[in-house]
Design a protein around this ligand. Structure first.
Ligand SMILES: [Mg+2]
Length: 218
């Protein structure tokens, strides 16, 4: 049965960042390509393999593609370094206002495979860094399910947790952590790929998130 949220309900809203809040596909893929090259994994940055890696957990996908367990931390460091040196991405149109509105009703988090230090300046520039209780990047922990569980453990079980993502991996990791999942269709994965994760809700436009979460936006 579908949950019926409302502004009086205790909800926690957890956002993915890449492809949901910021239009990072080309920038992230470029940084990812550079990082992969350091570890002899250039093929992982080709479109098809790159997108397939995000059908699950990023680090698990890289391990399957040949990244050694002992190189994981080094890979994330290189990725963070490359992301920090590239131009800042833009936010998707309408996303800023949606985040500001949601923050009036719910606590918000970012749970991402990006680097926290690369995400924060983008949010600061848009004037919305203060909307988020915390940004949990891959530097904090590589596993989104684990990070979502950490946030959830700080609240009573009566709080409903929502994970908003744009990849099949997001939907699966959110489900695994017991979240109501929302798939957005303006990000990295197509609707067909996302549908394999059976998300509870679909958002075609950022404003749909307000409707899904029971906020009247006028
Ligand atoms: Mg994403």
């Amino acid at each position: 049965m579908r949950p019926e949220p409302g502004r009086a309900d205790p909800n926690l809203i957890l956002f993915d960042y890449d492809g949901v809040i910021a239009d990072t596909r080309s920038i992230f893929q470029q940084a990812f390509r550079n990082a992969c090259a350091v570890f002899g994994l250039e093929h992982c940055a080709e479109d098809e393999v790159f997108l397939r890696i995000f059908e699950g957990n990023m680090m698990a996908g890289l391990s399957e593609a040949g990244l050694q367990e002992t190189d994981r931390s080094h890979f994330l460091w290189v990725l963070k370094d490359r992301l920090s040196s590239l131009p800042r991405p833009r936010l998707f149109p309408g996303m800023r206002d949606v985040i500001v509105t949601l923050r009036r009703h719910f606590p918000l988090w970012i749970i991402t495979s990006n680097a926290s230090d690369a995400v924060k300046p983008v949010l600061e520039q848009a004037g919305i860094a203060g909307c988020f209780t915390e940004i949990m990047g891959a530097d904090f922990h590589p596993d989104k399910t684990e990070k979502i569980r950490m946030v959830r453990s700080r609240f009573p079980e009566s709080f409903r947790a929502w994970y908003i993502g744009d990849t099949l991996g997001d939907i699966l990791e959110g489900q695994r952590a017991g979240c109501h999942t929302v798939a957005v269709t303006w990000g990295w994965h197509t609707r067909d790929i996302l549908a394999r994760g059976c998300p509870v809700y679909w958002a075609e436009y950022p404003e749909d998130l307000l409707r899904i979460l029971g906020i009247n936006h006028s």
